[in-house]
Write a protein that binds this ligand. Structure first.
Ligand code: AKG
Length: 308
């Protein structure tokens, strides 16, 4: 624990962000330049009847590519008593015990892609908490895919089938750790991007910082207790032939508090070719994404900043 806090303390005492972390003036979040109120993403109650839920999700995704869900079926205890404590404990370990300094990534499903050798061995219970959370997120993903399929006017299993089947979906678990920062107005936790995957299911701690870009401005996403943020990624934008938009987002850091977030990236299998769903390509709505690609090639090109 000493290590993290000593380095953060040193940073806070210096009162300045190291030059490498200072963003260009036009990319700095500034002291208070985001919008709230009407711009907040809708909070969708997943206990509503299925067609209603699908319609609400479809509206939200067409409008802004992001919504929040409550009554999603993931037990609060699996999050607040298991997943979050082991994540916090991991980032409190001395530096040499952590594989990374301020983030962690590993696959959690399907079994064929999971490599437990790179999962943290400490703290005790890390593996069990993450395996249990993964099962809940798999179930939530199935529900979301059904709603989002219906919202596109497709059969409820259409998205799952198009992405290779529920048990083949690849879940990449990430933890972001953003320590307090003496000058939050000049830097960002994560810079602007859309996610590569199909959807991202993001669980934040109670320190706000997520922002989404809409109508030429950045908007704060409020913290809603026990809600998940559901982001549309690049693959669902392609599959839906542009009806669902991948959301541009970024994260801020806080002057005094540590922010953490647990995004789960839901990806298609690496070899799967993703293109617009054939029922969504019509004379009135020709294919917008003319070059279907294997997911692994799309990912490689985007990560390496090659032309897509
Ligand atoms: O921490 C957040 O709220 C956003 C994280 C994010 O966008 C990412 O990990 O890709």
């Amino acid at each position: 624990m000493a290590d993290v806090y000593e380095s953060v303390l040193a940073l806070s005492k210096s009162g300045k962000v190291p030059p490498d972390f200072v963003r260009l003036a036009q990319d700095q979040p500034g002291p208070n330049n985001a919008f709230r109120g009407d711009s907040a993403p809708p909070v969708i109650d997943m206990s509503r009847p299925r067609p209603e839920c699908g319609a609400l999700m479809a509206d939200a995704t067409r409008e802004r590519g992001l919504f929040q869900v409550v009554n999603h079926g993931v037990p609060a205890a699996a999050v607040s008593e298991e997943l979050q404590p082991v994540g916090r404990a991991f980032f409190s370990l001395p530096r040499q015990e952590k594989q990374e300094e301020d983030y962690l990534f590993h696959y959690v499903a399907p079994p064929a892609v999971v490599n437990h050798d790179i999962w943290p061995k400490n703290p005790a219970g890390y593996r069990e908490a993450n395996e249990e959370y993964c099962r809940h997120i798999q179930r939530l993903t199935r529900g979301l895919f059904q709603h989002l399929s219906l919202g596109l006017g497709l059969e409820k299993d259409a998205m799952s089938e198009a992405f290779g089947g529920d048990d083949q979906l690849v879940l990449l678990q990430n933890i972001n750790f953003y320590p307090p920062c003496p000058q939050p107005e000049v830097t960002l936790g994560v810079g602007p991007h859309t996610d590569l995957c199909v959807v991202t299911i993001l669980l934040p701690n109670d320190v706000e910082g997520l922002q989404v870009f809409k109508d030429g401005r950045w908007h704060d996403v409020p913290h809603v207790p026990e809600a998940f943020n559901v982001f549309m990624g690049d693959q669902i934008e392609t599959l839906s032939n542009g009806r669902y938009k991948a959301v541009m987002h970024r994260s801020r850091v806080h002057k005094e508090k540590t922010r953490m977030s647990w995004p789960t990236f839901v990806e298609p299998p690496r070899e799967l070719v993703v293109g617009p769903h054939q029922q969504l390509v019509t004379d009135d709505s020709p294919a917008k994404y003319k070059q279907p690609r294997k997911y692994k090639d799309y990912k490689y090109r985007k990560i390496n900043l090659l032309r897509l």
